[in-house]
Write a protein that binds this ligand. Structure first.
Ligand code: AHG
Ligand code: MN
Ligand code: MN
Ligand code: MN
Length: 335
């Protein structure tokens, strides 16, 4: 018997304080929560339901899609297209936006998502996740175009992620702090377990894919070198390192015990500004991290202030414990 706060109850209570809230948003969020439960179930069943392979397709990011990339994208669409809250959706796995089909009513919100984050980890049974962000659609929602989505991250109404780890969690912000919920499978509900999550300002833990070291710019080279130098180096402390290769898992660790996560600009592929996608990964995670008291920069700009130039735009990402992010940013300013 549980008597904790469910995510639905939490959202309804939070929305009561917002003037003009119609219940649309609460209802949209409910559909997103349902999608995450369905995905959690599919990820959890794994090979038992035969979903662990690669699909015979490549996405717009140039990545070979996993079967689960395709399935989870479909789950998100089906759960969210029918209710009348959305004008359109956009996803890492779809080249074009997905306007709500004519058979359904259209609403005032836009939904942006990475249906399966860390999908290279799925067949090795390491945590994966789903990232989402909600924007308001300019105009009345009937004519959403790709352009309608190109709003800076500061315009996000809500951002969240689901983490399919040793337990399934959903972490959420609507701009009033960050709260974490754990899926209780016995009752089928997300229950508030991590109220008011905050990121410690200081840390001794960094996360970066070190195999790219030769491609990094000088400020990141310097920062990591100084971390590795430990107690007797310029930072005067010993650092620990982690790299899960699922951004959701890394951000969750940082929300739990602090740390800095970096996928910096590199020269590996000069056509790309970074690896992570601004709309599906960088902006929603930046909103969450900042709401938890952390910071999120490209190295030179605050991520949420960037004016997106394209749906699938990539950006460098340095996020986490405030003082540590500020240190790397200061190295960029000096360079
Ligand atoms: P996705 O699975 O949605 O394509 O995202 C993978 C991303 C991110 O989750 C992770 O931090 C990063 O790619 C891992 O990159 P490497 O393969 O370079 O380690
Ligand atoms: Mn991908
Ligand atoms: Mn991703
Ligand atoms: Mn993905």
């Amino acid at each position: 018997m549980h008597n904790g706060t469910t995510i639905t109850q939490f959202i309804i209570e939070e929305q009561r304080h917002i003037a003009g809230a119609t219940g649309d948003f609460t209802s949209l969020l409910n559909d997103i929560v349902t999608a995450c439960k369905v995905i959690s179930n599919a990820v959890n069943k794994g090979a038992l339901i035969g979903v662990m392979g690669s699909a015979q397709s490549e996405n717009i990011q140039g990545e070979t899609q996993k079967e689960l990339d395709v399935i989870t994208n479909e789950i998100f669409i089906k759960s969210n297209e029918w209710a009348g809250h959305l004008a359109a959706m956009a996803s890492e796995e779809m080249e074009e936006i997905y306007p709500i089909p004519a058979q359904y009513p259209r609403g005032k919100y836009l939904l942006v998502f990475d249906p399966l984050d860390g999908s290279s980890n799925v067949d090795v049974n390491i945590s994966v996740g789903t990232i989402f962000s909600i924007l308001r659609c300019p105009g009345d929602g009937t004519n959403a175009t790709a352009e309608s989505f190109l709003q800076p991250g500061t315009e996000q109404v809500c951002a969240g992620y689901a983490l399919y780890g040793s337990s399934t969690m959903l972490v959420l912000t609507t701009g009033h702090g960050v709260n974490g919920f754990t899926l209780d499978r016995d009752i089928g509900e997300f229950v508030l377990t991590h109220p008011k999550m905050t990121i410690p300002e200081d840390t001794k833990e960094f996360a970066i894919n070190a195999s790219n070291q030769r491609f990094w710019e000088a400020p990141v080279q310097r920062y990591v070198e100084e971390c590795l130098a430990g107690k007797t180096g310029p930072r005067g402390k010993d650092f620990n390192m982690r790299w899960v290769a699922s951004m959701v898992a890394e951000v969750h660790r940082i929300l739990t015990r602090g740390g800095i996560f970096m996928y910096p600009k590199d020269t590996k592929d000069p056509a790309k500004a970074g690896k992570l996608r601004l709309m599906y990964e960088a902006n929603p995670m930046s909103f969450i991290v900042e709401q938890a008291g952390g910071a999120s920069w490209t190295g030179r700009e605050r991520i949420m202030e960037l004016k997106p130039e394209g749906l699938h735009q990539r950006v460098p990402v340095l996020l986490g414990s405030k003082n540590e992010v500020e240190t790397v940013v200061s190295y960029h300013k000096q360079a």
